[in-house]
Design a binder for this molecule. Structure first.
Ligand code: G3I
Length: 363
């Protein structure tokens, strides 16, 4: 059963629903009662955020807020191929190890992101000339070295990231071009050999609803499952715009059909960017979308985690990639909780949403 929240927790948490001036928990109450992570835990779900390494090292408030509010983290960049495997025969686990240490020190789970992607590849791989056999060997060795290094510490991996195009065709990546479509099957098997306990995910954006791309991702996963490939879950990234909100019924229907394949689902990279100027009205709309998406996840027994792509507007990929847009996360630039933060609390405190039976595995 999706867990119910003890009454004392509801009373204490409701008492602090009103925004505080600084974002710090009011004095006198135990920190654990106040955090999103504990409210989420009480509902049998992980709430988490992607982590940028620079502020993790340099910004104490970043570390404190992260540790207080989130029960799961994932590296925004430091385990991508280019970062972790910068030379043909050299791996660099320093940043990933620091993050895994932070997760362990703070009792958090860690997702791995990401093993097989067409972006963030090292020059030696992009410009090198390799036979098909060598490419397969490189990818197998990469996956098994990285997954093996974090065996037992990273419990869930985005094995394949963004392999499907908007029109439903397989993306013409370096992997598809060199290895053919069979790579999608091989990589999950290689990862599974390296850590048989890890949950292995296919992760993508724009596949949240019920359109051409979501249909193609569904068909791909159905086929992989039918062939006995060890793929255990789907990551729905959810990079949305407040001005173009997702169709919530379609998101719920998509999660339902993916679950019917026997797959877990995680919201992996949620953010909701706003076209500037940012107004109170837009922040309220943003808060409502955050709340509704969390409610959908809570109502779906297969939905195991609700991850955001960062947590403070101080550090977010959005302004760099979408000039003129921003304010996509749940804390502002000064770590003050935004309406979206309180909306997530409200969803977590709403009894009735998501009290359905679910599998007990919580890796
Ligand atoms: O670290 C260098 C820095 O030394 C240099 O001065 C600076 C100059 O541009 O670049 C810095 O690296 C950038 C890095 O982000 C850290 O900020 C890279 O150029 C830039 O390409 C990289 O972008 C990341 C992007 O993935 C590509 O890897 C974003 O931070 C990251 O948020 C984004 O994350 C992706 C997920 O992995 C997959 N889903 C979509 C999501 C958003 O695009």
């Amino acid at each position: 059963m999706r867990k119910k929240i003890p009454l004392f927790m509801i009373l204490l948490a409701t008492a602090i629903l009103a925004p505080s001036a600084t974002g710090a928990p009011p004095a006198g109450l135990p920190k654990s009662i106040l955090s999103l992570r504990d409210l989420a835990k009480a509902r049998g779900i992980k709430i988490g955020a992607a982590v940028a390494m620079e502020p993790l090292f340099s910004d104490a408030l970043y570390r404190e807020t992260l540790a207080r509010e989130f029960g799961m983290i994932t590296p925004e960049n430091c385990l991508k191929f280019r970062s972790v495997h910068p030379r043909r025969y050299r791996y660099d686990f320093r940043a990933g190890d620091a993050l895994a240490g932070f997760a362990a020190d703070n009792g958090m789970k860690m997702r791995g992101h990401t093993l097989v992607w067409h972006e963030s590849l090292p020059p030696w791989l992009i410009w090198g000339i390799f036979s098909r056999e060598e490419m397969a060997e490189i990818l197998k060795e990469h996956i098994q070295t990285v997954v093996g290094h974090y065996r037992g510490r990273i419990t869930c991996w985005d094995v394949v990231n963004e392999a499907v195009e908007k029109d439903g065709r397989l993306r013409e990546t370096i992997w598809l071009q060199n290895l053919g479509p069979g790579y999608l099957e091989d990589v999950f098997r290689w990862a599974h050999e390296a850590d048989p306990e890890a949950k292995l995910y296919y992760n993508d954006y724009g596949a949240e609803g019920m359109d051409q791309k979501a249909d193609a991702v569904y068909r791909l996963l159905k086929e992989l499952r039918a062939r006995g490939v060890p793929v255990h879950g789907v990551g729905l990234q959810m990079h949305f715009e407040v001005e173009k909100p997702p169709n919530l019924e379609h998101v719920a229907a998509n999660i339902k059909r993916l679950a019917e394949l026997g797959l877990e689902v995680q919201v992996t990279e949620l953010d909701l960017r706003i076209q500037e100027p940012v107004t109170e009205e837009k922040l309220a709309v943003q808060a409502g979308i955050y709340r509704d998406l969390l409610k959908i996840c809570l109502a779906a027994p297969a939905c195991r985690a609700f991850m955001m792509w960062g947590f403070t507007d101080r550090y977010s990929w959005i302004p760099d990639f979408f000039p003129g847009r921003g304010a996509a996360l749940i804390f502002d630039r000064d770590y003050r909780p935004k309406p979206a933060y309180y909306a997530l609390r409200e969803a977590l405190l709403t009894e009735g949403a998501g009290n359905r039976s679910r599998k007990s595995d919580r890796r």
